[in-house]
Design a protein around this ligand. Structure first.
Ligand SMILES: Cc1ncc(C[n+]2csc(CCOP(=O)(O)OP(=O)(O)O)c2C)c(N)n1
Ligand SMILES: [Mg+2]
Length: 326
């Protein structure tokens, strides 16, 4: 794992963020199976170190634009767990009034510009936010999370080009999790690394082990620093597979090899890798991590109970904020 400059409190905060994402996602998995959640839900388990490592490099007022697999990004950027869970339950107390659901969670107060049902939809949005920051000279940075499949969208190529030509303060975080739905990257990528596409437009790029919080954080910190100091855009490609199916409900992962997922849990569980590292280097005692675990579990319990008990939006609320009159 890469060296990193983070102090003890920040290391524990990283563990807390990743544990929160894991607990939240596993609970959503369980509640979906119980038939409680409407709509489409895509889980982020396995990739937690990417969201946590990138967002730990950002300031509160920086922007992120997310993907359809957005819960981890939202949690790492500081979105409220209770509001997120209520949103996934489609309740009026949700972050978007229950009208967005899992795939459209947004919270502008936290710089979370939204999960996005459109593959690579976050890339042009982040460019827009970065252009705004540049024109306002605000010093803010925008991050676009994009999947390996999303990186094949035209909008991604256009965003890279525009960001480079206009030297926007934007970071493209590509999460190569091995698959776009059921299609493995070896069938759709046309090359080994998406990072090469950035180099083609003169943009610095790095490829990192996405299971390694410290490696992600170091690469993101460098890219964010470059953007904030006027050095233009960067791409950080993080390799980390998802441990669950593409989407809750129907994906039995027949396209994956026998034992593939078991091996991921055994060898590439980013949360366990981080915990082992923190204990081994003396940053924390195992008991401290256990305290974090139980506090996080209580937070997620609370979020689920609140969401279950909350009201659904009324018809009036459903129609509010949907159409804009200019
Ligand atoms: C523009 C567009 N095309 C197709 C889809 C259908 N679709 C939803 S998720 C997905 C795969 C995305 O793969 P990737 O970007 O690798 O993200 P991952 O699901 O692996 O996180 C596709 C093709 C879509 N949502 N948007
Ligand atoms: Mg993918």
């Amino acid at each position: 794992m890469a060296n990193d400059v983070l102090g003890r409190d920040q290391r524990i905060a990283a563990y807390r963020t990743m544990r929160t994402i894991r607990e939240f996602e596993e609970r959503v998995h369980e509640r979906f199976a119980a038939g409680e959640l409407p709509g489409a839900v895509h889980l982020y388990v396995g990739q937690e170190a990417v969201a946590a490592g990138v967002c730990a490099a950002l300031a509160d007022d920086d922007y992120i634009a997310s993907t359809h697999r957005g819960h981890g990004h939202a949690i790492a950027k500081g979105c409220d767990l209770t509001g997120m869970m209520a949103e996934i339950y489609g309740k009026a107390t949700g972050l978007c009034g229950g009208k967005g659901g899992s795939m459209h969670i947004a919270d502008f107060d936290r710089g979370m510009l939204g999960a996005n049902g459109v593959a690579a939809g976050g890339a042009p949005l982040a460019c827009g936010a970065a252009l705004s920051a540049k024109l306002r000279e605000s010093g803010q940075v925008a991050v676009a999370f994009v999947g390996d499949g999303g990186a094949n969208q035209g909008a991604f190529a256009e965003s890279l080009t525009l960001a480079s030509v206009w030297q926007l303060p934007v970071v493209f975080v590509v999460e190569d999790n091995g698959y776009a739905q059921s299609t493995g990257t070896r069938f759709h990528l046309g090359g080994r690394d998406i990072a090469a596409r950035a180099e083609a437009v003169g943009m610095p790029a790095a490829v990192v082990d996405g299971y390694d919080f410290f490696a992600v954080h170091a690469a993101a910190t460098e890219a964010v620093r470059r953007a904030r100091e006027g050095g233009g855009p960067s791409l950080v490609e993080c390799k980390a597979q998802r441990f669950f199916g593409h989407m809750e409900g129907w994906d039995h992962q027949a396209y994956r090899g026998a034992g593939e997922v078991d091996a991921l849990w055994a060898e590439h569980d980013c949360l366990r890798l981080l915990a082992d590292r923190l204990v081994a280097d003396g940053s924390v005692a195992p008991a401290e991590l256990a305290e974090v675990d139980s506090a996080v579990r209580a937070d997620v319990d609370f979020a689920v109970e609140e969401a279950r008990g909350a009201k659904e939006p009324t018809v009036d609320q459903l129609l509010a904020d949907v159409y804009v009159s200019y």
